[in-house]
Ligand binder design. Structure first.
Ligand code: DMJ
Length: 541
């Protein structure tokens, strides 16, 4: 038998050789992806990070993509740490930081906004928690528990106070389970609650006075977004406290508005006595936006069982598709515009860009099915691409506040050149990524993030810019001038959506969480129905 026994040496050598070749191949494939260090300097010129631009293909594409995404998520997380550090060093407890001059500001939007509530701190909490920056979260949480109180006499915007402070506290509670944060949220909710008792419809006034809102007689009208953007937050307070009065109070005006108005797509104001719409413009932009957003999100938050809100949302989207779509000639994208009389204006403002994301969320949640879901998602993809042009068509890569189209030539014009750190475009890109898993959404987001790092980073954090196209206009290369303001929504929303775009779905499951209009995650209250995901692919351009 021994003569049949072959030597094992050549076989071993062969295996060793193959292993070495495999190692070499892998090293070549992933060189620069695995061992790359973050290298972001203050207000850096271009920070070139070629590995993250690498096209992942072949056998290891999904492995490679995972690492690129991890790298990107970590870059954004470090951005949050940088912004937090700036706020901590130069503006601790203030409402806003001015990151270029490294000074602090208390009072947002002078008089009719909010002041003295550590707005950026409260807005940052849920982002810190989502990013698992636990030490930083604790610092903020301790300030809120020890220092934040609502005793000062002040006039505030009901809307801003609810979406940033009440939403921020409720989310910080829901994410951490900390009862003291829940108590702080309830304290504010109790002070705001009497606002719903002013008018028979329950429609609140745009501005109210703290420390305790007094019913004001309920005359005049309220902005649609201002009256219709609180049901998520108050409903969450009901979940936290086990007392349904908050949810009931916030639902009442919405039901009154729906009963009084047959048009799903409404004018910008409602009369507080009759709940009838007033105004002249129908659209989903400034002044009306988050009212529409909350129709679908409230349905999701409540476990997808209240048909009233789902049906109203579907009627809105159908009307938008029928009446508001503008497709500028020669431009491959279309978007929802505003209808004034019979005319649609070919203007796209950043604020309106939340809308496709909310449509994608509705589709993902199973609010519509079959061909309609497909139609909605195709529209959402196309409008998100239109919105991406707010960034893609500027010389700096920062997002313009508004673009429009020349009536004669059809050419795109940057009609408001300010960058305000707004979240709506990255928000819709995030939802489109979750709905389709097309990695080009991530690449778009990364290009946007790099522009922010390049043009909007300062020692004290990140700011807006005065002219996103200044680089193109100037004869020599000049960076866009800073507006020296770090918006609190940059902490709450912009950074969070960038981070979630590059993170695995498990970082924040949309089955379990609903993001309010300030991107504060609130826990879904009951039911866990799985929505259908209609697959739609981006058309190649
Ligand atoms: C945020 O405060 C909220 O997203 C609001 O609904 C609209 N405006 C800002 C951000 O642009």
């Amino acid at each position: 038998m021994a003569m049949f026994r072959r030597s094992r040496a050549p076989r071993r050598a062969c295996i060793l050789l193959m292993a070495a070749a495999w190692l070499l191949f892998c090293t070549y494939m992933f060189h620069g992806v695995l061992d790359v260090q973050l290298n972001i300097s203050d207000n850096a010129g271009a920070q070139e990070v070629p590995p993250t631009e690498r096209q992942c293909s072949g056998l290891f594409a999904s492995f490679c993509e995972r690492h690129v995404a991890q790298y990107r998520a970590e870059a954004v997380r470090q951005g949050m740490m940088h912004a937090w550090q700036g706020y901590k060093s130069y503006a601790w407890g203030a409402d806003e930081i001015h990151p270029k001059s490294k000074t602090a500001k208390t009072d947002i939007m002078g008089g009719a906004g909010i002041s003295g509530m550590g707005v950026s701190m409260v807005d940052a909490l849920s982002t810190l928690k989502v990013m698992q920056l636990d030490q930083e979260f604790k610092e903020g949480r301790d300030w809120v528990v020890d220092k934040l109180n609502f005793e000062r006499t002040t006039t505030v915007s009901f809307f801003e106070t609810v979406i940033r402070i009440l939403g921020g506290l409720a989310a910080a509670h829901d994410l951490s389970g900390d009862p003291q944060l829940g108590a702080k949220a309830q304290d504010l909710a109790d002070r705001l609650l009497p606002a719903f008792d002013s008018a028979p419809t329950g429609i609140i006034s745009n501005t109210v006075s703290l420390p305790l809102v007094q019913p004001d007689g309920g005359s005049g009208s309220s902005g649609l977004a201002e009256m219709g953007t609180n049901v998520l937050e108050f409903s969450s307070i009901s979940s936290i406290t086990g007392d349904d009065k908050y949810r009931r109070a916030a639902e009442k005006p919405l039901r009154a508005v729906h009963a009084a108005n047959e048009h799903a797509l409404m004018f910008e104001h409602v009369d507080r006595q009759t709940a009838l719409e007033t105004g002249s413009k129908r659209g989903v932009g400034a002044g009306t936006d988050s009212y529409y957003e909350y129709l679908i999100k409230y349905w999701v938050l409540g476990g997808r069982s209240d048909e009233h809100f789902r049906a109203r949302w579907e009627a809105v989207v159908d009307d938008v598709l029928r009446k508001l779509i503008v497709s500028p000639p020669g431009w491959p994208f279309s978007f929802a515009s505003d209808l004034q009389g019979d005319s649609l204006s070919p203007v796209l403002e950043h604020l309106r860009c939340f809308f496709p994301g909310s449509v994608a969320l509705g589709v993902m949640s199973g609010a519509v099915q079959g061909p309609k879901a497909q139609l909605y998602l195709e529209f959402a993809a196309n409008m998100t691409l239109a919105c991406y042009q707010l960034y893609n068509s500027t010389a700096s890569g920062l997002g313009a506040e508004r673009i429009s189209f020349d009536q004669q030539s059809g050419q795109l014009v940057i009609s408001d050149e300010r960058y305000w750190q707004r979240p709506e475009v990255i928000e819709s890109i995030f939802y489109m990524w979750r709905a389709t898993k097309d990695k080009r959404w991530r690449d778009m987001g990364w290009r946007m993030w790099r522009a922010i790092e390049k043009h909007a980073r300062w020692e004290g954090g990140y700011s807006g810019a005065l002219d996103v196209d200044a680089v193109r206009a100037a004869a020599v290369v000049v960076p866009p001038e800073s507006d020296d303001v770090s918006q609190s929504w940059f902490f709450a929303e912009t950074l969070k959506y960038f981070y979630l775009l590059f993170s695995p779905d498990s970082a924040l499951s949309l089955q379990d969480w609903v993001l309010n209009t300030e991107a504060h995650p609130l826990r879904v209250q009951s039911g866990r129905q799985r929505g259908s995901r209609a697959a739609v692919r981006l058309k190649r351009q």
